[in-house]
Design a protein around this ligand. Structure first.
Ligand code: PGA
Length: 262
């Protein structure tokens, strides 16, 4: 099965020049034959317009899609500093990341806010990557606690959306245990076996609570060129959300490995 790889550049790099260089180096290294790989680059908002143009002029659309790292829940109006689903769509953005743990942690984004963003993305027809995952305190309490935590996040974040049609194909869940994200102290990747266990649990919840079949579920947290294969080899893991390593030459290696899955 083809995989999906999403690059979350976070608040990097510092200039459009550097960002364009990085973007270009990724595009140049794609194998045009591996058209089944779903590759999404999510740079800071301000680079999206420029990248969108670049994709058009160089005719790269088939291979690479643009994602944003967040989205607001209204389409227009007096919301200083926010970016709407409509603005993103008009720029050619097809994917949005919602509920990343860094926003939950540092910006105190609640499940209620995340749910509004999910609904807005659904209405706009954007594909959305909903991030869920437990922190270290929950992890230490054991498997039941992790499952409960994730079940609660999914229930709150996806509240009210089961009435919308065709959502399942636009929904990607990123299982990102917070303690595994490389920006956290002493972070280390989850074991693929544990990740598969939680991913199977997420699938069960999506089906039993929301009747979603076939939504993609990916893993994120300290993914790099050395460990990517150990995750992707599992059919249960549909791909990866890559942060730190997506800014380095590791990312080309990651893509090359992911392109083998057709
Ligand atoms: P990381 O980040 O790959 O640097 O751990 C993943 C993420 O935060 O989405």
């Amino acid at each position: 099965m083809p995989k999906i790889i999403i690059a979350n550049w976070k608040m990097n790099p510092a200039s459009l020049k550097e960002a364009t260089k990085l973007f270009d180096s990724i595009l140049k290294n794609l194998n045009p034959k591996a058209k089944n790989l779903e590759l999404v680059i999510a740079p800071p908002f301000v680079y999206l317009g420029s990248f969108s143009k670049l994709l058009k002029t160089k005719n790269y659309q088939l291979k690479t899609k643009l994602g944003s790292q967040d989205v607001f829940w209204e389409n227009k109006g007096a919301y200083t500093g926010e970016i709407s689903p409509k603005i993103l769509k008009n720029l050619g953005v097809e994917y949005v990341i919602i509920g990343h743990s860094e926003r939950r942690q540092h910006l105190k984004e609640t499940d209620e806010i995340i749910n509004k963003k999910v609904i807005a993305a659904v209405k706009a027809g954007l594909k959305f990557i909903l991030c869920v995952g437990e922190d270290l305190t929950v992890r230490r309490r054991g498997k039941k606690a992790i499952e409960n935590f994730i079940k609660n996040q999914l229930s709150a974040d996806l509240k009210g959306i089961k009435n919308y049609k065709l959502i399942a194909k636009n929904l990607i869940i990123a299982y990102e245990p917070v303690w595994a994200i490389s920006s956290n102290k002493n972070a280390k990747p989850d074991t693929p076996e544990d990740a598969v266990e939680i991913i199977n649990f997420i699938k069960k919840i999506l089906l039993s609570k929301f009747y979603f079949l076939n939504s993609k579920i990916i893993y994120g947290g300290s993914v790099d060129a050395k460990n990517i294969e150990s995750f992707l080899k599992y059919k249960e893991i549909d791909g990866a959300l890559v942060g730190g390593a997506s800014l380095t030459s590791d990312f080309i290696k990651i893509i090359k490995i992911a392109q083998k899955y057709e």
